[in-house]
Design a protein around this ligand. Structure first.
Ligand SMILES: Nc1ncnc2c1ncn2[C@@H]1O[C@H](COP(=O)(O)OP(=O)(O)OP(=O)(O)O)[C@@H](O)[C@H]1O
Length: 904
């Protein structure tokens, strides 16, 4: 049987004599049922005592196949020969992480901080892996090489490589693959699978095996190995996959490492075993070793978050037998330890960063690791919840009926399936989700991007899957990239930048006299006014172009942020600057580009995936495929490059440099997330509104406050608020202006202020006072049931029908509800757009109906954070109708004021 629970006591190691001789044991005590049960003793025998060395009170312990024994009326448990002992099984360690951990624990830590840089071995390695996959699928080798080298055009160009030399090298590596494939001639009985995503709830592992052959793992290495045996840490990687397969009931007894460079070596000069394929037997001893190493790693990560003390524990390098002088991370290792004042086996160089920077680094490192844990908690729901529970929780679309699988460009697959009528979920078009054959953990699953979500679901993946289920699967990439951005900001950031970030100096602005006159570097003299009909927008552009460090543009709803951003970029480019335009979402990036084009500026380059970038911006998108020099030149020379902040953390964008980074939606981005963009430029401009939604993160910590908010509170003088709005009637904007903007927000023109439903050709007499007057309130006398209120949903649908009957175009109506369950209730009853506040931020409609759901009291995210309500109340242009329970709203002063305003 399996025993599992948080550890409440760790005993000392002891030796006892048994019939097998002297054996070591160690007793732990755990509380089963996730801590709810009575404590029980668990005895770890033999090598598992090494795992006990890492165990601490509070960590979760799992022992599989434990043996129960009665002693003095108490039941205790002990490991058996079949047992696995796993610490913190919920912490999912990536297989590549274990591989580097075994080489040197500090290397594992450094890889987290410095990310995967753009270098030739990495790019070539990726190409060889892709070719390997193609060959498994039966593609012609030359065709595959040409295609894959072409696909890597941009990266190769940035590295200064010519396609022919790369193709040549890949060809020599591919010879190893081909030779090996022909040796183990594929028979019909052979089952092959390339790039297989595996998750292991028992061992706390995840990863993607290069290939499975007859159920055994095959790993490709683009290096050489002239020994007979595979390298130890390579075996570790294959063994991890073997473990995960073992959990699925396959019992792989061998693993294969394929060293493709071996066939590229000159036989006259190299000695040793030049055969590329090295098989090894996957014995139990090796598997147990892997689990113990994984436990050590998970324990280190646990201590980094849970041990008392101000600084997270990080590996020093002394934990392993690594030899620093041969390590290619040695320089990074010494710099990181020098600057962060960490102990390191390799030694240290440089002087430590000031205390406040180190504290900042530690604080955000911990916050990001907490966020990672929250992401893992989301993964865990994949196996803890049944399919039906996940569907009910909006986390999955289940019971899909596969319709088609087709191979599309770039060797990707398009999967289509029919969706049951009523199915709703958190998933949206553009999201990356886990597509599976119905069993995302034990079956076949692939990550893919959702390209369509209507009656049919369309997903693009690297490998084909029978699409029967689609699950929410948050990516760790944003945590990974944020850690790298944090590292770059604190360890590599300029002192001038850090003086401002750490409150040591006010941001500087050049004076009017210092503005260029049209000569030095600038292509044109600045105009008298950048924007002549809106003083605050003009002031914002001036502030941004004059900023020597940073400028903050505070833009409440509808105040022309996008318009101002476009004007600012043009002004910056006119002065000879190269500009990075970034935002949290692809939508905002594309909107800003559209505004630039509307203003007659077209010299932009959009960096993003084909599915992420809007259709009308595909013509300026940087396609990575093609001639390396041309691609690299495009990226290096464009005066304006536009990409999401997430894309700014990619290895390609990290190679780029800009004079100014302008970041939209900055109030929705975490501090490290913002660094990813601003690290790439000398100066930065942040545009946002900290009175609307904060960064969306799972953990409750410092990540919830944006850099925008922190800076605007520290340096109000470095900001301008746009105070004229082009969206809402006077009546609608009044409440938000008073509550969130000190009454400073005003309509930009009399037309904006005075707009009504009449402008849509609607006669208010057809609707009655309850649904007209600019703002109104309806109490349907409903009852909240969980996160829904059926009666209210019915009433909302009836209200929408009334607006349509009175002549409002359904496309001009939007419905906002606080909970997805209520969104689903209402969606069932109407065809107009219905969504949560988070999904509505940044958009607007002529008519908005808000369903408040709550009755009796106020409880739920929309109610706790008034900023959410600010967003909901500022989406409507001509008519805002609130539907809810007057008593519930009256129970909170803010909502009581809102009710008073709506009922005026
Ligand atoms: N100075 C201006 N003169 C005329 N029209 C303007 C001006 N500034 C903005 N607008 C118009 O006002 C509308 C809203 O502007 P924009 O889309 O830039 O707002 P926004 O602040 O980005 O909105 P959101 O709050 O949704 O992010 C647009 O139609 C835009 O053309």
């Amino acid at each position: 049987m399996n025993v599992r629970g948080p550890i409440c006591f760790v005993g000392e190691a002891r030796m006892v004599s048994t019939s097998y001789g002297d054996r070591e044991l160690r007793e732990l005590r755990i509380r089963p049922d996730r801590g709810a049960g009575d404590p029980v003793d668990v005895t770890l025998w033999g090598k598992w005592t090494e795992t006990a060395d890492h165990a601490e009170v509070g960590m979760e312990l799992l022992v599989t196949d434990a043996e129960a024994d009665e002693f003095g009326g108490e039941t205790g448990y002990a490991t058996t020969g079949d047992s696995w002992v796993v610490l913190e099984p919920d912490f999912l360690v990536d297989v590549t992480g274990i591989r580097s951990w075994v080489q040197c624990p500090r290397m594992y830590y450094l890889n987290k901080l410095s990310g995967i840089p753009l270098n030739y071995p990495v790019v070539k390695g990726t190409i060889v892996h892709e070719v390997f996959g193609d060959l498994l699928r039966g593609m012609d080798v030359e065709e595959s090489i040409a295609d894959r080298v072409d696909e890597a055009g941009l990266e190769l160009g940035l590295l200064g490589y010519e396609p022919e030399e790369v193709a040549d090298e890949v060809r020599r590596n591919a010879a190893a693959i081909e030779g090996w494939l022909s040796q183990g001639t594929l028979t019909d009985g052979d089952t092959w699978r390339s790039e297989f995503t595996l998750i292991s709830p028992t061992f706390g592992l995840k990863g993607r095996a290069d290939a499975l052959r007859r159920g055994t793992p095959v790993e490709l290495k683009t290096g050489k190995n002239t020994k007979r045996e595979p390298r130890f840490h390579d075996k570790i990687q294959a063994a991890c996959y073997a473990l995960m397969l073992d959990e699925r009931g396959v019992d792989p007894d061998i693993g294969t490492l394929l060293y493709t460079k071996n066939t590229a070596l000159d036989r006259n000069e190299e000695t040793g075993d030049l055969a590329p394929a090295k098989e090894f037997s996957v014995g139990n001893g090796l598997l147990q070793f892997v689990v113990r190493e994984r436990n050590a790693l998970a324990a280190m990560e646990w201590r980094a978050l849970n041990e008392p003390g101000e600084r997270p524990t990080v590996p020093t390098g002394y934990e392993a037998d690594a030899t620093c002088q041969y390590c290619f991370e040695q320089d990074t290792c010494m710099v990181v330890s020098g600057r962060l004042d960490q102990e390191s086996k390799a030694g240290a160089v440089g002087s430590p960063v000031p205390d406040e920077e180190r504290a900042y680094f530690d604080r955000f490192y911990t916050a990001l690791e907490e966020e990672r844990r929250e992401t893992h908690a989301e993964y865990r729901k994949l196996w803890e919840q049944s399919a039906a529970e996940r569907a009910a929780d909006d986390r999955a679309l289940i019971d899909l009926e596969p319709v088609a699988q087709a191979e599309i460009d770039d060797a990707r697959w398009e999967l289509r399936a029919r969706k049951p009528d009523d199915a709703v979920s958190k998933l949206r078009e553009g999201d990356v989700a886990l597509a599976s054959d119905g069993d995302p953990v034990g079956g076949h699953a692939e990550l893919g991007r959702i390209t369509e979500l209507g009656d049919e679901v369309v997903v693009e993946t690297d490998e084909p899957v029978e699409l029967r289920r689609l699950d929410v699967y948050p990516s760790e990439i944003s945590v990974d990239r944020s850690l790298t951005a944090l590292h770059d900001a604190v360890l590599k950031g300029s002192e001038a930048r850090k003086d401002v970030l750490f409150g040591r100096r006010e941001p500087a602005f050049r004076g009017e006299r210092d503005r260029p006159s049209g000569e030095a570097g600038a292509s044109e003299a600045p105009p008298d006014a950048y924007i002549d009909n809106n003083a605050s927008q003009n002031a914002a552009v001036e502030l941004a172009v004059d900023a020597e460090d940073c400028a903050l543009i505070h833009g409440p709803p509808g105040t022309g942020k996008t318009y101002t951003i476009a004007r600012t970029i043009r002004a910056l480019v006119a002065e000879g600057n190269r500009v990075l335009l970034s935002a949290f979402t692809n939508r905002a990036v594309d909107n800003a580009l559209e505004a630039l084009r509307d203003q007659g500026f077209d010299d932009v380059l959009r960096v993003g995936t084909e599915t992420g970038v809007r259709g009308d911006m595909q013509d300026v998108r940087l396609v990575q495929r093609g001639d390396p020099n041309a691609k690299a030149a495009k990226l290096r020379d464009a005066p304006v490059v536009a990409a999401t902040t997430a894309a700014c953390g990619s290895r390609v964008m990290r190679e780029c440099e800009f004079d100014v980074a302008l970041v939209d939606e900055a109030s929705q981005i975490t501090e490290p997330g913002t660094h990813a963009a601003i690290n790439l430029a000398d100066r930065f401009v942040l545009v946002g509104d900290h009175e609307q939604l904060p960064p969306v993160v799972r953990a409750e910590n410092d990540l919830q406050t944006s850099l925008f908010q922190r800076l605007i509170e520290t340096y109000p003088d470095a900001s301008v608020m746009l105070d004229r709005q082009y969206r809402m009637s006077q009546r609608i904007q009044a409440f938000a202006s008073a509550e969130f903007y000190d009454g400073a927000l005003r309509p930009a023109t009399p037309e904006v202020a005075g707009q009504t439903l009449r402008d849509l050709g609607v006669d208010p007499a057809d609707l009655g006072p309850e649904l007209t007057g600019g703002v109104s309130f309806v109490d349907p006398d409903g009852a909240r049931d969980g996160n829904r209120n059926v009666r209210e949903a019915e009433r909302v649908a009836a209200i929408v029908d009334a607006y349509v009957a009175a002549g409002v175009d359904p496309d001009d109506i939007g419905v906002i509800a606080p909970f997805r369950a209520q969104v689903a209730e209402i969606s069932r009853r109407t065809d107009v757009t219905v969504d949560t506040v988070d999904r509505f931020q940044g958009s607007s409609k002529e008519v908005i109906v808000v369903s408040l759901v709550a009755t009796g009291d106020l409880d739920g995210p929309i109610f706790e954070d008034y900023r959410r309500m600010n967003v909901a109340l500022t989406r409507a242009k001509k008519q805002l109708t609130l539907v809810g329970d007057a008593d519930a709203l009256g129970s909170d002063p803010f909502y009581a004021r809102m009710l008073g305003w709506a009922r005026q």
